[in-house]
Write a protein that binds this ligand. Structure first.
Ligand SMILES: NCc1ccc(-c2ccccc2)nc1
Length: 229
């Protein structure tokens, strides 16, 4: 059963990259189908408007609920998961990507302006799985870039999408923490040598060195990922 993804956005062109590279191949392979929908196709006024002023005042505009209701109703089934990218959401992570990779149908609602009228989430929550997700503590101009990131992270985990599942095995056995540094040819580049141990062929020494490098890097860059932190 291929994974189906429907993206609803006012900037369909933002999703052209999904036709390239790994994401493009995944679609050609039939493992995943991705459809992009222009929210304005679901408006009914002459100006195809999708936003209005916020109740309660405040800066900016809010996306009105009805076009979203029309657009989501056009693609939703009882197997759907509705994903709303928002800085206010739960943090997206590799485990969440793995969950999404094993879903049947994902609908991404890409908000703009100050976001989408909250009643859209409230309306679908009793009917289907609804997940408000953040990709990090920074505000973007909309949910489109976050959606691209979540689709890429999830689709690469769909069985069969990655040519060599080897890299997935290594990822999943990753010690808690960040990856060790990687090197390739040439052995010397602009006077800089590849660490000797990597050329030694001593696989247990290489594994130890890599684990050590991962710990050093994690301590320096991501102490929050260290065990017991
Ligand atoms: N966590 C990243 C993220 C996700 C979505 C948005 C966003 C901004 C404006 C409108 C709708 C969503 N911003 C940041």
């Amino acid at each position: 059963m291929p994974l189906r993804i429907d993206v609803i956005t006012i900037f369909p062109d933002y999703f052209a990259p999904l036709q390239l590279s790994l994401m493009g191949k995944a679609q050609q392979s039939g493992l995943v189908t991705i459809a992009i929908h222009d929210l304005r196709e679901f408006t009914s006024d002459r100006h195809r408007s999708v936003d209005d002023t916020p109740y309660g005042g405040g800066a900016g505009m809010v996306m009105t609920p009805e076009p979203w209701g029309q657009a989501i109703d056009a693609v939703v089934t009882d197997q759907s998961t509705l994903i709303v990218p928002t800085p206010a959401g739960k943090l997206f992570s590799q485990p969440v990507a793995a969950e999404l990779a094993h879903s049947t149908h994902l609908i991404f609602a890409c908000g703009r302006y100050e976001g989408i009228d909250q009643r859209v989430v409230e309306y679908y929550r009793p009917r289907i799985d609804v997940r408000e997700l953040s990709i990090g503590d920074y505000v973007l101009a909309g949910g489109d870039v976050a959606t691209l990131a979540m689709i890429e992270a999830s689709v690469r985990l769909v069985p069969g999408v990655l040519g060599n599942p080897e890299s997935l095995v290594e990822e999943s056995h990753q010690l808690p923490g960040v990856e060790y540094p990687s090197y390739t040819k040439p052995p010397t580049w602009r006077g800089l040598d590849v660490p000797e141990v990597l050329l030694s062929g001593h696989h247990d020494q290489i594994a130890r060195w890599r684990a050590e490098q991962s710990t050093i890097r994690t301590t320096h860059n991501r102490p929050d990922l260290l065990p017991g932190s």
